[in-house]
Design a protein around this ligand. Structure first.
Ligand code: BJW
Ligand code: ZN
Length: 289
């Protein structure tokens, strides 16, 4: 059976759902001016994944990789969440949730929002919520491919969220092409320096994002929640990258429903129950009402 685009039927599924999960991809942030990965103007059309988004690429040329991520941090810091991010954030408002999804086990527990995006925009969209709802929503927000705004030390593994930009002087100098490794972002964490004392670690930092071959974050919690999910919203992802690409079929496998929101047809959407084609900045606010 072809997926339905009937808004009333979808609202019926929302109204009877006991557990809702949202999976977001790069299309969610397209209207904020953040490029996707695989579309015509996507990042992977002009950048080699091996060079800029793999552990081998980072080891070969950390300067090139840091410059790539520095530019993307700058773009995101200058961008704003769009109405699609806000429509998802509003689902964490108990008054909205109890109106559109009254069968949820607990309407003070917002739907789990799993994002593959590293741009921080879904987190920033939570600012529209009252303080108590924002706190609850933050606890139900998982960045499975990491964040542009978290660094991790390659030596001591200390990780830190930071919005400072540039992260080091050399990255702020656009003339600089090949930054010496000792001038790239370094760890400020404390580490055991022997002889009963601690010193500054100073190890090379990397962006705490998930490259191919690395295990995405929060997989235990995601697997547990997907097990119970009876309605999964899949927003703006090509569903080509695993494990996220398999979430819809695991929900279908135990009888849950899947609703896809995408600009165009995407991988596996034949098996979805609902399909809303178009820019999600329009479809999400409209369909969620
Ligand atoms: C709009 C829109 C608008 C546009 N409105 N929509 C063979 C078979 C199966 C698996 C594998 C395999 N070979 C290798 C693997 C594993 C590999 C993988 O999946 N490879 C595939 C390419 C085949 N996966 C991994 O390595 C992952 N790790 C892993 O599997 O570990 C093992 C393990 C897992 C679980 C438990 C235990 C062990 C890691 C994957 C890491 C992905 N990393 C990246 C980079 C992050 C850092 C960075 O950004 O630099 O993550 S790659 C990139 O793709 C990024 C994204 O999060 C991810 C998904 O992309 P997304 O969001 O779908 O974007 P696009 O561009 O692809 O699609 C955009 C969509 O939006 C399109 O559909 C548009 O139509 C739509 N759109 N505008 C609505 N306005
Ligand atoms: Zn360190």
């Amino acid at each position: 059976m072809l997926p339905s685009s009937d808004i009333e039927s979808f609202r019926g599924a929302l109204a009877s759902a006991k557990s809702i999960v949202i999976l977001a991809g790069a299309g969610l942030s397209a209207a904020s001016g953040i490029p996707t990965y695989r579309d015509a103007d996507g990042l992977w059309r002009t950048n080699s994944i091996e060079e800029v988004a793999s552990i081998e690429g980072f080891k070969n040329n950390p300067s090139r990789v840091w410059q790539f991520y520095h530019q993307r941090r700058e773009l995101c810091l200058g961008s704003q969440p769009n109405p699609a991010h806000q429509a998802l954030a509003s689902l964490a408002d108990p008054s909205v949730l109890s109106r559109i999804a009254p069968s949820l086990k607990d309407t003070s527990l917002p739907p789990l929002l799993i994002t593959q995006n590293i741009d921080d925009l879904s987190r920033r969209a939570l600012d529209i919520l009252p303080a108590s709802a924002k706190k609850a929503a933050e606890e139900r927000f998982l960045e499975m491919h990491g964040s542009l705004f978290v660094t991790r030390c390659t030596s001591c593994q200390h990780s830190q969220r930071t919005y400072t930009s540039p992260l080091c002087t050399a990255l702020g100098n656009s003339e600089e092409r090949d930054i010496p490794v000792d001038q790239l972002p370094r760890c400020g964490g404390e580490t055991w320096a022997g002889s009963n004392r601690y010193g500054r670690c100073g190890g090379l930092l990397r962006p705490a994002v998930i490259w191919f071959g690395e295990v995405p974050d929060h997989m235990g919690e995601i697997a547990r929640v997907l097990n119970w999910c009876d309605l999964l919203l899949v927003v703006g992802t090509s569903s080509r990258v695993y494990p996220a690409a398999g979430f819809a079929s695991s929900v279908k496998m135990h009888g849950g429903k899947v609703a896809v929101f995408n600009l165009e047809r995407s991988n596996g959407d034949d098996d979805a129950d609902f399909l809303f084609l178009g820019p999600c900045v329009e479809t999400l606010p409209h369909v969620l009402g």
